[in-house]
Design a protein around this ligand. Structure first.
Ligand code: PEP
Ligand code: MG
Length: 892
């Protein structure tokens, strides 16, 4: 029989940190801390697979009931208290904890075990009736809300009325008597709403709570969170049942959360917040703005010393920055949780580099600690230094980035306005997990209360979204849908701008400027003045030492090529030449070529385009000096270049000396029912060879010119949308002829390659034949996905979301390479082609080249390089390093 319940307490535990999949992160680390001798209240964890089984089949097995009974008996022994004992009751917390951290997404119940009898026992044992009844009313409302489905707001109304009728300024001013009568009112409310009495039997309470935690795995907020963070729905959550310790026993008690290093900057200093005389969730929920952890040294000196020592031990042991939760009960410290702390990317870089210096981790570990997609955050914009605006308020800089938007005060409205295409900023007193969909919809989040560890801060940081929290100057009136900040009144729909890096809030829509890293990349800030850039460059250097895949960029202009190079691109994997034809007066020449009645007319128009193309290519060769540049021949259907009626058509007809009807006739003749599968790609070059010839000449002339200027040029000419080797043979002959002609006339030879895109299933399936005519392959996985699925790239957005929602597809195949189907074609093509040409160079240039999971696939499939947008180049470099390190660590 496999076991399902794992005990911890009295210095030993059944579990360890390595059992996260079984116990969930919280349970595994509670066990680990117990084994380490860190003060943790005793308890036990129900394994996550029990959640999965329960949700699948319903019901609770006798075996599980027996295991829980035994664990509870052990807990009673260790704590010296009895569950349901009126004299000295054992009280427990029941909390969720999955193997992947999902802050605040699932339910927690505290003080379980209290009833009309045990509350008296607690009152006597603590000598503090007020505390006992406060704990009881908290338990009643939490349990009724989570397990019995009675809205928390109804309890809050009763609480508010009680404050009014007794003249109490705050909850903590309510007397024991007032709380005692409040408890009665709470119980009546439960009876009125549910038609049954609040359960007094602690066993019934316990199982109700356990089932509620299991159910909470399926709550909308939890499902949404998993979707956004790519967490599998099949994990399930562990349930942790831990004996209670109380931070609300008076001024010698308290509770808090802390990070072993600063989660915003990564600075090595103990960083946290706490509240005196408060219980559990008060700090994270942001209900009261907490005190800085340094204050604890003054208020609870003994516990603070112990906490400092413990946090250092935990960091040394886990060898990573920890996010800890603690409670002090009458001067005694207890740790309730430790986990790897979420952090900004700048902090992640600094922490990883510092820990290598401190000898805590290796360079390899540092590389693996940074998630490729996290690098995006370093490129976030900040408010322009030219904005010269004065902030109207300053809050805590919880998550970086600068964002402007209209103020919206509730999450549903945020979602709706976002769907209408508006940029919104969600402004809340504080956020709770219920607000998750609103945070997803918003560009940024601003809260009046809560600290750096509040829900809004943690969630926004995790999403790389700008957030400012604890901005106490905000006075929000939900009734008037407005807020006052000093003398300013901001109504719903007004624009504000947030600077999540500094915590400043501004009126209006302020201009933003590139981040530190972007300014270095753009050459406007010296590296010496850019510490974050330096950290980034060091870590990327380490990553490069491990990867096998080369990383190139998709870039169409010399400017993009320079940016790409500064990001570490090792060449261009795709230059889409058609983008060059839209600029300035080029489009006119292009249209002239398309409209031309015969080859002569086309050639005349192409002659005008040639020098423009040549200049573009020369600029790109220069920017990529020493690296290969893959230039793709014209790809889109010609129809895309023509105006579709209106003023533009009129002007074009005029400039070409055509009647408007004649132009309309030509445009209409070019229209296709299915243009993506129509006259495009190499089919253009087959029907109009002069287009291929002009482009090839422009490339070779540019190459020779650049070569003469001392530039190391490596052109690679790429033929798009080939489905049969004959097409490539046909185009190859034209390109080779142009090469001979240009190099003959110019008297200089430059090396070059001719290859093709593999972006149709038939090309992949006949890769061995095509390889005979190709010097390289590049997988165009945008089209290959489109044609393999028979799924239009341009229309899929209308129904793909429903597929993802319903779980018919795990990921959007245009974002994450479909390894099973499209990937199989890729693997077959690589294998068959290399049977013919063992060293054929193979890359990928679809959007997938910048997606970390797809990069891993490319590594495993034996590709030579990936190519992606310039801004994704660092992501791809790091992902390629991760793939290589993972493969090196994989068991043989
Ligand atoms: C592709 O199809 O993957 C590709 C890179 O080409 P495009 O996106 O221009 O069709
Ligand atoms: Mg394509």
């Amino acid at each position: 029989m496999t076991r399902s319940v794992y005990f911890f307490g009295n210095g030993t535990a059944d579990g360890t940190r390595d059992m996260k999949v079984t116990l969930g992160g919280k349970g595994a680390n509670l066990a680990e801390m117990t084994n380490l001798g860190v003060p943790v209240p005793p308890g036990f964890t129900i394994a996550a697979d029990q959640c999965v089984a329960y949700l699948e089949h319903g019901g609770i097995s006798d075996a599980l009931r027996a295991e829980v009974r035994d664990a509870l008996a052990r807990l009673e022994d260790v704590s010296g208290k009895r569950f349901g004992d009126p004299a000295n009751p054992l009280l427990v917390s029941v909390r969720s904890g999955a193997s992947v951290s999902m802050p605040g997404m699932m339910e927690t119940i505290l003080n379980l075990g209290l009833n009309d009898e045990t509350v008296e026992g607690l009152s006597r044992a603590s000598g503090n009736p007020r505390f006992a009844y406060d704990s009881y009313r908290r338990f009643l409302q939490m349990y009724a809300d989570v397990v019995l489905g009675v809205s928390i707001h109804r309890f809050e109304q009763l609480l508010a009325t009680k404050r009014l009728t007794t003249g109490a300024a705050s909850d903590s001013d309510l007397s024991a008597e007032a709380l005692r009568s409040l408890v009665k009112e709470y119980q009546q409310l439960v009876r009125a709403v549910t038609g049954a009495d609040f359960p007094m039997d602690p066993q019934v309470q316990l199982w109700g709570a356990i089932e509620a935690v299991w159910h909470s795995w399926t709550l909308k907020k939890a499902v949404d969170y998993r979707k956004v963070n790519g967490i599998p729905h099949t994990l399930g959550t562990g349930v942790n049942i831990v004996s209670m310790v109380f931070g609300n026993m008076g001024d010698d008690s308290g509770t808090g959360v802390a990070f072993t290093r600063d989660p915003s900057t990564g600075e090595r200093r103990f960083y946290g917040e706490f509240l005196v005389n408060a219980q559990g969730e008060d700090v994270v929920a942001g209900i009261r703005t907490p005190l800085h952890i340094d204050e604890m040294a003054r208020l609870l000196p003994g516990a603070y010393e112990q906490l400092l020592d413990t946090q250092a031990r935990l960091e040394q042991h886990f060898r990573d920055m920890q996010d800890i939760e603690f409670t002090v009960e009458r001067g005694t410290l207890y740790l309730l949780q430790t986990r790897t702390g979420k952090r900004t990317t700048a902090a992640a870089l600094r922490i990883a580099l510092d820990m290598v210096d401190e000898g805590l981790i290796t360079q390899r570990e540092a590389v693996r600690r940074l998630q490729p997609n996290q690098l995006d955050q370093l490129l976030h914009r900040v408010i322009a230094s030219t904005a010269h605006a004065t902030p109207i308020a300053v809050g805590l800089p919880a998550s970086p980035g600068a964002a402007s938007g209209i103020v919206v005060f509730d999450p549903d409205a945020a979602e709706q306005r976002h769907l209408k295409g508006e940029q919104v900023i969600l402004v809340r007193e504080e956020t709770t997990p219920e607000d998750f969909h609103g945070i997803v919809a918003a560009r940024a989040v601003l809260t009046a209360r809560g600290g750096m560890t509040s829900h809004a801060a943690v969630v926004a940081r995790g999403m790389g979204k700008c957030a400012i929290v604890g901005c106490t100057a905000l006075e929000i009136s939900n009734e008037h849908r407005s807020m006052c900040i000093g003398d300013h009144v901001v109504a719903e729909g007004d624009w504000i701008t947030l600077d999540g890096g500094t915590g400043r809030v501004f009126l209006g829509d302020l201009p933003t400027q590139p981040s530190e890293v972007m300014r270095v990349i753009n050459g406007v800030l010296p590296q010496a003045d850019a510490p974050t850039y330096q950290g980034f460059a060091t870590l990327m250097g380490w990553a490069d030492a491990h990867r096998r895949l080369k990383v190139r960029a998709n870039a169409d202009t010399p400017r993009d090529a320079r940016v790409a190079r500064n990001f570490g691109a090792e060449g261009i994997g795709l230059c889409r030449t058609e983008h060059m034809f839209f600029e300035g007066d080029r489009i006119t020449a292009m249209r002239e070529m398309i409209i031309a009645r015969d080859e002569g007319g086309r050639r005349r128009a192409l002659e005008k385009l040639l020098p423009m193309q040549r200049a573009d290519f020369e600029g790109i060769f220069q920017a990529m000096d020493g690296f290969p540049v893959t230039i793709r021949l014209l790809d889109p259907p010609l129809h895309e270049f023509l105006p579709h009626g209106g003023e533009e058509s009129f002007l074009l007809a005029q400039s070409l000396g055509l009647a408007r009807q004649e132009l309309a006739r030509i445009v209409s003749a070019l229209r296709e029912t299915n243009p993506m599968l129509g006259h495009r790609g190499c089919r253009l070059g087959v029907v109009y060879p002069e287009i291929t010839e002009m482009q090839a000449r422009a490339i070779f002339e540019a190459a020779v010119r650049a070569f003469r200027r001392g530039i190391d040029v490596r052109p690679e000419i790429m033929v798009p949308l080939v489905s049969d080797v004959s097409e490539l043979r046909h185009q190859r002959a034209i390109i080779e002829q142009a090469a001979e002609q240009v190099m003959g006339v110019m008297g200089e030879r430059v090396p070059y390659l001719i290859g093709t895109m593999i972006e149709l299933p038939r090309a992949a399936l006949t890769a061995d034949e095509i390889a005979h005519q190709a010097d390289f392959f590049s997988f165009g996985t945008n089209d290959l996905t489109q044609t393999t699925f028979g799924l239009s790239r341009d229309d899929a957005g209308r129904f793909l979301p429903q597929y993802l929602e319903a779980g018919l597809l795990a990921d959007d195949p245009f974002q994450v390479l479909d390894a099973k189907g499209v990937g199989k074609l890729v693997k077959w093509a690589v294998r068959d082609a290399r049977d013919v040409k063992a060293h054929l160079k193979v890359g990928i240039c679809g959007e997938h080249g910048g997606d970390p999971r797809s990069v891993t696939f490319c590594h495993e499939a034996g590709l030579d390089y990936v190519s992606c947008s310039p801004y994704r180049v660092p992501v791809a470099r790091l992902a390629a390093a991760h793939a290589a390190l993972a493969a090196a660590n994989a068991p043989a």
